[in-house]
Structure formats: structure tokens, C-alpha cells
Write a protein that binds this ligand. Sequence first.
Ligand SMILES: Cc1cc2nc3c(=O)[nH]c(=O)nc-3n(C[C@H](O)[C@H](O)[C@H](O)COP(=O)(O)OP(=O)(O)OC[C@H]3O[C@@H](n4cnc5c(N)ncnc54)[C@H](O)[C@@H]3O)c2cc1C
Ligand code: SF4
Ligand code: SF4
Ligand code: SF4
Length: 376
Amino acid sequence: MLADKYSCTGCAACFDACKFSSINMEYEEGFLYPLIDKTKCTKCMLCTKVCPILNKQNFNNDNIQKTYISWNKNKKQRKRSSSGGLFPAFSKYFIDNGGIVIGAGYDENMHLKHKWTDNQNGLKCFSGSKYLQSDTKGIYFQTKQFLDKGKLVFFSGVPCQILGLFSYLGNNYDNLFACEVFCHGVPSPEIFKDYISYLEKDGNKIIGFDFRSKILTWSKPCVKLSYKGRLPKYTLFSMCNFITWFGLHLSVRESCFNCPCRTLKRNADLSIGDFWGIEDVDASLKRRNGISALIINSKKGDFLFEQISENLFFKKCTLNQIIKKNKWLIANYDHPIEREKFFHTWKEQGITGLIKRYPSAKISSKLINRLKSFIQ
Ligand SMILES: Cc1cc2nc3c(=O)[nH]c(=O)nc-3n(C[C@H](O)[C@H](O)[C@H](O)COP(=O)(O)OP(=O)(O)OC[C@H]3O[C@@H](n4cnc5c(N)ncnc54)[C@H](O)[C@@H]3O)c2cc1C
Ligand code: SF4
Ligand code: SF4
Ligand code: SF4
């Protein structure tokens, strides 16, 4: 018996652990959930052993918590990233030292997957937040292969994927460094797929979907659609239907209402996010290109920070200053009453039905305020 629909995060640690290929990851509400094929299952229970929901464990015993306002001094990398570009700054250290970097990137069909790279060029697809759940099938197995060969590995993902990784591995490796992004929740990848098809109805193929373009400024993000053989198109955050549904928590996974990682005790070596509310902490800092919040949670995280600190701007701050406008880091939010209707509408009427029922521009002022609190 695996974790139930309301708590299963879709981390896929159970899928990677099964040596008999008895687990299929199948879509429900457009999210991947494990389904055991009873005809192949040998009842070895390995899947339940690695499930971080069924076996709650703490994987970080270092009593460290250092908090910073920070950004990458490399302007190009910072601009391409969603916040202050800390992820590419840390990643570069691993590539320069012959290591492997793992993160979420689109494939040629705009399917978001966890992938690995050992070179600077391969890092580009990881840049930027993609507000949908990434497919992690196979990545923990692959990570273990690298670790067992003694490779330095930098693994990034949302907190429940880091939890899935540690739970799969069972023990922490000295050559593994984990970086989590602050996570508000993940929207449905199959709704995203349908949304892309809907946008492509005019005959123009979409080859890139940047959720956090800084063309205006970091704190007023736009969605940038890149096309084959056509100029890109920009849409204000508040005018994008997909973002609206996310901001209202209508399209997020069930487990995100009961997230196992909303806690001060972090498993990852590093936690990175946007420094929302920075103007109240230090109004003198120029915000246009993005400012990150950085939390160092372990000795390994501290070591990494020391290795790359000359490439960063950084200034100490308090945890409360980070959490003040990023409360989802430690607190769950309510399950919207409309959520069930939302998924029913999608099933019955597709994206056109969703846009009619939950349009971005016509939402009530109460909902607009909720959207504002999501990005600020
Ligand atoms: C689904 C999601 C929700 C988020 N919610 C918040 C929030 O509420 N508050 C906040 O402050 N920050 C949030 N963030 C984090 C923030 O948007 C930035 O991703 C983070 O600050 C890193 O930015 P950067 O500039 O350092 O690097 P970037 O270059 O932007 O690096 C992006 C990093 O995020 C990873 N990533 C991107 N998309 C995904 C995905 N779908 N699943 C797993 N990993 C992914 C990449 O592998 C890479 O490590 C969220 C990110 C995601 C993906
Ligand atoms: S019990 Fe063993 S064989 Fe069955 S699904 Fe789980 S890991 Fe696979
Ligand atoms: S291991 Fe992950 S995907 Fe599998 S049941 Fe547990 S939470 Fe769900
Ligand atoms: S909110 Fe929690 S459960 Fe949902 S994707 Fe983020 S870390 Fe995972």
C-alpha cells in the first residue's frame, strides 16, 4: 500500500525503487501517481520503505541556519534566472569541478522532466521556475549511479523531490549536495500540456514558456512565449490564465495542501527563493534584476557558499524577514472549495471551459488580492 492521493507528492521514489518494474506512474487530475501492477508485484515492500510519506525521516542533523539576501554578480545569469540567479552560480562550481548538475528542464515536446548535465551549455534549460510538476521518473536511480562512481552531484528540485531523493538513497553521500527552491505548490502538468495546445491553435508552434520573464522588472513578472520563426509574445502575470489558476490554488496537486516540507527544519543543504518584501528590509537595494533569499541548512551548504561567495552579492538577514512575505515556506494554505469543480470543468470542457469559467481578467477583486499576495 503506497501513500494515498491526498498525501502522495508524486516524487516517484517508489517507482525508481521497484526492481520488478511493477509500478506504473499514471495520470490523475493531470498529475503522476504510482499504480502497482499486482500481476508483477513480489510484495518485497521496497517501495513502501522508500516512500517519504509512509516513513517520515529527518535527513539533516546539522544544527545550522544561516540566512542571506543575495544575488549572482554575473548579470547575464541573474537575468536569465527567476530570482537572483543563485542556482546558476552554485551549478557553475560543480561543472568547473567535473561534477553533475540535476534540475528541471523541458524536453522537445515541452514536457518538464528532471535531467542531468555535466557541462555549462546543458545548464541553460534549468534556468527559470517552471510552475508545473516535473517528471522525476528514473532520476533517483541515475543520481545513485553517479554518486556510487564518486562523482560530485548537485541535485535541485522542489522540497518534496529532495525528500524523495534522500528517502530513495537511504543515506546521505558526502559527494551529494542538495538545493531546494522554496515551493508554493505545483500545478498540473497535463493542464499545462492542454494549455500549450490551446495557445498553439493559431498555428504557431511554442518552443519556450518562460513563467518569469524580467522584461519589465523582477517584481512585475511576465510570461514569455517563444515561437518557432516568430517574435516572442509577452503576457502580464495577472492576464495569464495558467498563472491565475495557480495563484488561486485551483490547479495545484492535492499533496500541496498538506505539504510534508513546510517546516523550519529543512532537508536540503541550501534553500533558495525570491526575496519578496525586500523593500521593507533594505530599500536601497536595486531590485530590477532579481533578489534571492538564501537559507544555508548544513555544513555542506556552508562549504559550498564559501567556495562561490566571491561571485555573489550577499548580506545577512533574519529568517523572519524571509518568511514575512513567503509564509508558504512554513504554513499550509486552505483547499479552495472550487477545486473539484475546476478539475471537473477541465475534464468535461477542456481549456476553453476553464477559461470561460475562471477567466484571468474578470476575476473578482478578492481573487486579485490573493494573486498579489502570491507574487509579492
Ligand atoms: C513550482 C515552484 C514554486 C515556487 N514557489 C515559490 C514561492 O512561493 N516563493 C518563492 O520565493 N520562490 C518560489 N519558487 C522558487 C523561485 O521561483 C526560484 O525558482 C528560485 O528562487 C531559484 O531561482 P534562481 O534565480 O536562483 O535560479 P533559476 O535559474 O531560476 O533556477 C531555477 C531552479 O529551479 C528548478 N526548477 C524550476 N522549475 C522546477 C520545477 N517545476 N520543479 C522542480 N524544480 C524546478 C531548476 O531545476 C533550477 O534549479 C518556486 C519555484 C517553483 C519551481
Ligand atoms: S512491493 Fe516490491 S515488487 Fe511490489 S511494487 Fe513494491 S517494490 Fe515493486
Ligand atoms: S514514494 Fe513518492 S510517489 Fe511513491 S507513494 Fe510515496 S510520495 Fe507517492
Ligand atoms: S508544495 Fe510541497 S508537496 Fe507540493 S510540490 Fe511543493 S514541496 Fe511538493
